[in-house]
Design a protein around this ligand. Sequence first.
Ligand code: GDP
Length: 471
Amino acid sequence: DSTPAHVNLDDNDKLLGGLLTSGFDEESCISRIQSHLYRKASPHKPSPYLISKLRNYEEIHTRCGPNTRAYHRSMTMIEHSKNKGAATLCKYLIWTPANGLGNQMINLAATFLYAILTDRVLLVEFGKDKHGLFCEPFLNSTWILPRKSPFWNEKHIETYQILLEKDRASNSTEDLPSVLFINLQHTRSDPEKYFHCDHSQDLLQKIPLLILQSDQYFVPSLFMNPFFNQEVTKMFPEKETVFHHLGRYLFHPSNEAWKLISDYYEAHLTKADKQIGLQIRVFSPVSTPQQAVMDLVLSCTLKHKILPQVDLQTSAGKNQTTVKAVLVASLYREYGDNLKRMYRKNPTLSGEVIKVYQPSHEEHQKYNDNKHNMKAWIDMYLLSLSDELVTTSLSTFGYVAQGLGNLKPWLLYKLVNNETHFPPCERDFSSEPCYHFPPKHYCNGEPLKDIVSSFPYLRPCKDFRVGLKMV
Ligand code: GDP
């Protein structure tokens, strides 16, 4: 055995190959030390460069985070001085939420990467709806923007769009603000934002406090910038593992969430030989009848032998050997109930026993609701522990599960109405989230034509052809 005596293998597993730092009070966040007992060991090791960037970030966060002298001095300067090139001790990036929890989590991971790349301290504007979902990710500090910060929900802040217009008009950067609000929420018709372009980044770099709002996983755009590209490529030699690493670094279920997750897992899932995650997201329940969705789910899972056919000739059980547990995540209870009924009535042709579980059915998406978000987080986490995962095209909720679990999901075709569609699902090529609305122009303003020949490490997403992800 060539393992040096001082390397404690158990610690190495616990710390996910060096991704996590040691020194946390274990009781304060049990999931951080126990998650490796529930999830298969990842074949993707964090690179030494990523590890060093994370340790360096942690050092900056400890020095500049809330409740430090550097924080108070920097924030006072930001609040009271116009930014006349006066350098603050620390620079900040405030994340603000948009859209559902899945959107928020993939965007938060992207925002964290941007903070690392620009030496900014990441602070999150978490309202009551996210209270007690996650542990603090940074040792001896907090990432929560203090409630008494003047920048909490501040409405009268110069916007990035105005800054760009002023810059175009005067080409002078003398009156840069000290705080800037950047809205990177995209729709198909938005004007181009040029956020990743050198020119914008040169301006932004001089502004000590940025407030970012977006629901997008904009990591691929960071790869489009030559300087960031060098850094991220060194941090992530396997480009398709960005969310897998950053997600597992940032998002640890709080003790309350962990108890619910681990209890559910122990009670229902751990005994099965195989665990299947089924995420059934219906974006427009009015125009997509439940039967059409159910047909799609069955057609996908039976065709790819994710679930077995039932034997309609008999109701007597065969020599049943293996047990498959199916975890259904959906707002609607009917999907879980249908599957349960189907596998209760008849045995399967393969002889497998199918057990179906659905932890929650919230009926509709709720906003600013803490209990609702907790259920969503539990569903995402449990899905991420599956051996095989079926998700719904375009759903960021599914992206979080696949990314944390390093799973290449089967993507259910996006039904828009009562159509029948073949193929009902397709296997994704990686576990990375899709960037739904990437830039449509080069930084010189020319329309981006052939993305893949300009950026060979980007591919259109399978579930949304205008979206991009890394390969
Ligand atoms: P997306 O809209 O599918 O991309 O995912 P988001 O997470 O951004 O928004 C959907 C929101 O609806 C979730 O955050 C939940 O609040 C709720 N939701 C949707 N599907 C489920 C589900 O299967 N389980 C639970 N618990 N909540 C869900």
